[in-house]
Design a protein around this ligand. Structure first.
Ligand code: WTA
Length: 651
C-alpha cells in the first residue's frame, strides 16, 4: 500500500476557524460525556421550541424496559424549524438547488420563500385528503423537490412519513404501505434516471392492489408521461397545490412524537420500521451537519444520497434545512451522460462540501481522470463518505484527484438507527487516517466488546464488536409496531449496550476502524440488504427448494450477493433459469437485491441438527476454501467438496 494510504493526514489549512478545533473538540467531548444533560440541554436550543423543554435526557438501555426520551416535555414543529424560522433573514436565499437527471434540463433554485409556499400548499393538500396528526404517509418519489416538500409537509401537520426508495419493487412497496398502515401514498408518474425512466406510478398501482382500497394515491406529474388513472383514488398533487391556500398553520408537536419511519434491513425476517423522533432527531441531524461538514453560511452542500435512505433524510433535507443551508438535490446518476457528471455538477453550482459513498468513488476511479480534468473543482472545501468502509486506495484517489490534496475527507460512520453521525472526523479538529472513521462525535460512548462474552475491552488496541454505551438524541426510539423486536435486536445480546451489528478495531491512537457487519446484513453498493430477505425471495420461486445467501468482496460494490440455490427435485439448472431467478429477485425486492452470482447447490452444508453452516458458505464465496475451519460437525462433508468444485467466484 502507498505511504499516503497508511499515514496520518493533518488538518488541512483553512480550517483554523472551523466549528470544532482540536482543543474545543476535546473540551466539548469530555463535557458531553460527563454532563450529558448540560451539554444536550444547550444543544437543543439550536432549535426553536414552542414550549421549551425542562427535561433533557431520560434514557434506559436495560433489557426489558428500554426507553429513550430526549427533551420529552418540549413542544416544537420540525417544519417551522426547517423553513419558517429562516424566512425573516433568508427568504431570498436558495434553500434547495435541484439538478435534474438530464443536464439539458435547466436546474432549479428554490428559495426559502418558495420552499415555504410549496410546503404549506403540500400540507394543505394532505389535509384535504384526510391526513391527520399521527397518520402515516408513504413517499415513493424520485429525487425531485416535491420529495422534500412532502417530507416537510408531513412534519408541518404532524403526519409521519415513510419514504420507500424509488428503486424498490411493487411488492416491497406494498409491504411497507401495509406495515405502516399508511393512509396515502405519494408518487410520481415516471422517474428519469441515467436517461431511462422507471414507471413509478405503475409500480404504485401494482402495490396498491395488495393494500386497503382506502389508500389514496397522490401523483406528482413530473415527466408528464402517460399513466393509468383511478378516479376517486388518484389525485393530481401539483394541480391541487395550485388550488389550496399557501398558508397551513403548523401543528405543535411533542419532542418525542415520531417524525418518520424508515424501513431498513436486519439480519432476520422482514425489514423493520425504524422510528425517529422530532426534537432529538432534528437536534442531532442539525448539529452533526454543522460540525462534521463544517457548514458555514454561503456554502453549497451536496449529499449525493437518495432521500429513500437515511443519509438523504438527515443530510439532504433535515440537517441542512434546520441550519438554513443551501442543499443540492440531484436526480441523476454519477455515470450518465458520462463519468464526469458529479464533477460537472460541482463546478456548475460551486459546491463547497461533497458527500458520497465509497462505491461511487470506486466506480469513478476506474474511468480515468480525463472526466475530472474537464471541470473546475476549486470550490470544494471538504469531502465526505458514508455507507461502508472506504478502502485506502479509494480514499487516496478521492483525496488526490477530487480534493487536490487540500480537502479533508470525513469518513462518517453511522446507521439508519442512529439518525446521524456517531464516529466521524471533524475537519478542523481531527487528523484523518485513510479507512478510519476516527473518533466519536459529541456525546457518543463507543465500546468494543469481546463478541462471545460481551466484556468491554479497555485500552488500545482493541478488536471486537462495536456497541454504544449510552444514548444520544438522534437514536431511533422503537421499531414501528414492535417494541419487543427493537429490544431484542439492539439490546438483548449485550445487556446495557446498544449493539450496532458492526465489528471494529480501535488502534493505538483510539481511532475506530469499522470492519463490517458481524450479522447477516450485506452492504451492497452502500445499500443495506438482509441475506434473509434475498433468501425468502428466492425460495418463493416455485422451482427453488432451498437457498442460502452470503456476501463476498466485490471490487466496486464493496460486497456482492452470492446465492446458493438448491432446486426442486427434477428441475434442471440452466442459464435461462439463472436469468429467471435474477429477474424474480428484482421483481420481489428491487434491482439492488439481484444476486451477482448464483451457484447451483445440490445440497447445503448443515450441522446434524439441520442448521446451515454459513461460515463455510461465506468462505467458499470468498474463494477462500482452504480456510474452512472446523467442519467436523457437518452432516454430509461431501456437500462441501461439490460446492468448492463448482464455486462461482474464482477471482
Ligand atoms: C455501514 C447508512 C464503514 C455499517 C448511513 C453500518 C459504514 C451500515 C460506514 C449502516 C462507514 C456506514 N464506514 N461502514 N463510514 N457508514 N457503514 O443503515 O456496516 O444504510 O452498520 O446507514 O453501513 O447502513 P445504513
Amino acid at each position: 500500500m502507498s505511504e499516503e494510504a497508511t499515514t496520518t493526514h493533518p488538518i488541512p489549512a483553512g480550517f483554523e476557524n472551523a466549528h470544532a478545533t482540536p482543543e474545543s473538540y476535546k473540551r466539548m467531548y469530555a463535557e458531553s460525556i460527563s454532563d450529558p444533560n448540560g451539554f444536550w440541554g444547550r444543544e437543543g436550543k439550536r432549535l426553536d421550541w414552542i414550549t421549551p423543554y425542562t427535561k433533557v435526557k431520560d434514557t434506559d438501555f436495560t433489557t426489558g424496559q428500554v426507553s429513550i426520551k430526549w427533551y420529552e416535555d418540549g413542544v416544537l414543529n420540525v417544519c417551522v424549524n426547517c423553513v419558517d424560522r429562516h424566512l425573516p433573514e433568508r427568504a431570498d436565499q436558495v434553500a434547495i438547488i435541484w439538478e435534474p437527471d438530464d443536464p439539458a434540463t435547466p436546474a432549479r433554485q428554490i428559495t426559502y420563500a418558495e420552499l415555504s409556499d410549496k410546503v404549506n400548499r403540500m400540507a394543505n393538500v394532505l389535509l384535504s385528503q384526510g391526513v391527520m396528526r399521527g397518520d402515516r404517509v408513504v413517499i415513493y418519489l424520485p429525487m425531485i423537490p416535491e420529495a422534500a416538500y412532502a417530507m416537510l409537509a408531513c412534519a408541518r401537520i404532524g403526519a409521519i412519513h415513510s419514504i420507500v426508495f424509488a428503486g424498490f419493487s411493487p411488492d416491497a412497496l406494498a409491504n411497507r404501505i401495509n406495515d405502516s398502515g399508511a393512509k396515502v401514498v405519494i408518487t410520481a408518474d415516471t422517474a428519469p434516471r441515467g436517461g431511462r425512466r422507471t414507471a413509478l406510478k405503475s409500480n404504485a398501482d401494482k402495490a396498491l392492489l395488495h393494500a386497503s382500497d382506502k389508500v389514496r394515491c397522490l401523483v406528482v406529474k413530473h415527466t408528464g408521461d402517460q399513466t393509468t388513472w383511478v378516479e376517486g383514488r388518484d389525485v393530481d398533487v401539483l394541480a391541487l397545490m395550485e388550488q389550496v391556500s399557501p398558508d397551513c398553520p403548523p401543528r405543535p408537536m411533542n419532542a418525542e412524537d415520531p417524525l418518520f419511519i424508515l424501513y431498513t434491513s436486519g439480519s432476520t425476517g422482514k425489514p423493520k420500521g425504524v422510528v425517529h423522533s422530532s426534537g432529538g432527531y432534528l437536534t442531532f441531524a442539525a448539529m452533526t451537519h454543522e460540525y462534521t461538514f463544517d457548514y458555514h453560511d454561503g456554502d453549497v452542500f451536496w449529499c449525493t444520497a437518495d432521500v429513500g435512505w437515511v443519509t438523504g433524510h438527515s443530510y439532504i433535507v433535515y440537517g441542512p434545512l434546520a441550519n438554513g443551508a443551501t442543499t443540492l438535490m440531484f436526480e441523476g446518476v454519477p455515470t450518465w451522460p458520462d463519468a464526469g457528471r458529479f464533477w460537472e455538477v460541482c463546478d456548475k453550482h460551486k459546491v463547497t462540501q461533497f458527500y458520497t459513498a465509497p462505491t461511487a468513488i470506486r466506480a469513478l476511479m476506474g474511468q480515468g481522470t480525463e472526466f475530472i480534468e474537464k471541470h473546475d473543482l476549486s470550490s470544494l472545501r471538504l469531502l465526505g463518505t458514508v455507507g461502508e468502509p472506504i478502502n485506502p486506495e479509494a480514499w487516496v484517489w478521492y483525496d488526490k484527484y477530487i480534493g487536490k490534496g487540500k480537502c479533508p475527507i470525513v469518513d462518517t460512520w453511522w446507521q439508519t438507527e442512529t439518525g446521524g453521525h456517531l464516529i466521524t472526523p471533524l475537519p478542523g479538529a481531527i487528523p484523518t487516517k485513510p479507512g478510519s472513521a476516527t473518533l466519536p462525535f459529541f456525546g457518543i460512548k463507543p465500546a468494543v466488546l469481546v463478541p462471545e462474552t460481551g466484556a468491554p475491552i479497555e485500552g488500545n488496541p482493541a478488536e471486537g464488536v462495536l456497541c454504544i454505551a449510552d444514548s444520544w438524541p438522534g437514536q431511533m426510539r422503537t421499531v414501528w409496531g414492535d417494541h419487543q423486536r427493537f429490544e431484542e435486536t439492539y439490546f438483548q445480546q449485550y445487556p446495557g449496550y446498544y449493539f450496532t451489528g458492526d465489528g471494529c478495531r480501535r488502534d493505538e491512537d483510539g481511532y475506530y476502524w469499522i470492519t463490517g457487519r458481524v450479522d447477516d446484513v450485506l452492504n451492497v453498493s452502500g445499500h443495506r440488504m438482509g441475506t434473509a430477505e434475498v433468501e425468502s425471495a428466492l425460495v418463493a420461486h416455485p422451482k427453488v427448494a432451498e437457498s442460502a445467501v452470503v456476501g463476498y468482496p466485490h471490487e466496486v460494490k464493496g460486497q456482492g450477493i452470492y446465492a446458493y440455490v438448491t432446486l426442486m427435485n427434477g428441475v434442471e439448472p440452466s442459464e435461462e433459469l439463472r436469468k429467471e431467478l435474477e429477474a424474480w429477485v428484482r421483481n420481489e425486492i428491487g434491482p439492488i437485491a439481484k444476486p451477482d452470482l448464483i451457484q447451483w447447490a445440490p445440497g447445503l452444508p448443515k450441522t446434524r441438527s439441520g442448521k446451515i453452516m454459513r461460515r463455510i458458505l461465506r468462505k467458499i464465496a470468498e474463494n477462500d476454501y482452504g480456510a474452512l475451519g472446523d467442519t467436523s460437525t457437518l452432516a454430509e462433508p461431501a456437500v462441501v467438496e461439490d460446492l468448492i468444485e463448482n464455486r462461482m467466484n474464482r477471482g
